[in-house]
Design a binder for this molecule. Structure first.
Ligand SMILES: *Cc1c(COP(=O)(O)O)cnc(C)c1O
Length: 344
């Protein structure tokens, strides 16, 4: 039985085609700058996102952290969303390693930070305050693709306020597919962008940080400090190259599958579904509490894995196709139909 794991798009495993290019990758010591495949991946990533340079990092967490450490020094501050990965889900790395203070603000429901609120939180030049250096956005946020005109406003705003601008673009390519534009149209608005190869793009490991040449040279130093200087990584880089060359366009399928799943589950009266127009490969559902654990057992027995809580995120990815979506919908429907008839 095929396993349909809806918990995240990080669960994707290398396909046979990807494994084949990994197995034949040329390799060298990347700390010496001599891994030809890693160098090729960094060049390709920089070209696709129209930036001068790129840095291959083992994780998105490290890529974001290297960016924060490069943009900000001790006693500096970055403005960031309260629920943003770079604030909430990265172990406080900016504070731990850099003495960098976050100024978290609530996201609006559309995944944007209110620029009026950002402005009100920029600290005056006064020794009582940390120095506000950086604005950090996330795209997609909770699967929502941020509008391009908002991102352009953010670029103009950060220039005017003399802030640097970083994008946690873990799922930047999902956002670009949603807006039907190339990812570089978004990336070029930012000083630095981090993208994940290991999510919807299907590589087993890795992220790329992109920016100007000098910025990336400094980030490369921080990556080493953080323990991310890796040796013969051509095999992993080859997976990243394969992902960038083959798996960007197909992200539309994940989006259409998420839409279809949202529509189908929305027909089940017991399930509350949230899927906004601007959403990509994620939907959010709330399930009735009393039958929750029996639902989990029922789904597991049929190869479907979802997170354990009442309100959960479901994520589509390259191991789930349209037929799987129909199967998932009908399995949920069967479960609740059986519950209803048992209740009489
Ligand atoms: C996954 C993710 C990251 C990076 O996570 P890693 O697991 O460290 O690769 C960063 N930001 C967002 C929004 C993410 O979803």
């Amino acid at each position: 039985m095929k396993t349909l794991d809806l918990r995240s798009d990080t669960v994707t495993r290398p396909t046979p085609e990807m494994t084949a290019v990994m197995n034949s990758a040329a390799m060298g010591d990347d700390v010496y700058g001599e891994d030809p495949t890693a160098n090729r991946l960094e060049k390709l990533g920089a070209d696709i996102l129209r930036k001068e340079a790129a840095l291959f990092c083992p994780s998105g967490t490290q890529s974001n952290l290297a960016a924060l450490l490069t943009h900000c020094g001790r006693g500096d501050e970055y403005i960031v969303g309260q629920q943003a990965h770079t604030y909430r889900y990265e172990g406080g790395g900016a504070a731990v390693f850099g003495g960098i203070q976050p100024q978290p603000l609530n996201f609006r429901s559309d995944g944007c930070l209110d620029l009026g609120e950002v402005e009100a939180n920029i600290k005056k030049d006064d020794f009582h305050f940390a120095r506000t250096r950086l604005l950090c956005l996330e795209n997609t946020h909770k699967g929502i693709a941020l509008p391009l005109d908002y991102l352009e406003q953010c670029r103009d705003f950060s220039r005017e306020k003399n802030l640097r601008l970083h994008l946690d673009g873990a799922r930047l390519f999902n956002a670009a597919r949603k807006l039907d534009i190339d990812a570089h149209n978004i990336a070029t608005l930012f000083d630095s962008v981090s993208i994940c190869l290991s999510k919807g793009l299907g590589a087993p490991v890795g992220s790329l940080l992109v920016g100007e040449k000098d910025f990336i040279a400094e980030a490369r130093r921080w990556r080493k400090v953080l323990g991310g200087g890796m040796r013969q990584i051509g095999m992993l880089a080859a997976a990243g190259i394969y992902a960038l060359e083959n798996n960007i366009d197909r992200l539309s399928e994940d989006q259409h599958n998420a839409e279809a799943l949202a529509r189908g589950l929305g027909e089940v009266e017991e399930i509350e579904v949230i899927y906004r127009d601007s959403q990509t490969n994620m939907l959010f559902i709330t399930l009735p509490e009393p039958s929750l654990s029996s639902l989990h057992v029922y789904l597991r027995q049929r190869g479907i894995i979802i997170p354990g809580d009442i309100s959960v995120r479901l994520v589509t990815h390259l191991e789930i196709d349209r037929r799987d979506i129909d199967y998932i919908i009908s399995t949920f429907k069967d479960f609740y139909a059986a519950k209803r008839s048992a209740a009489g």
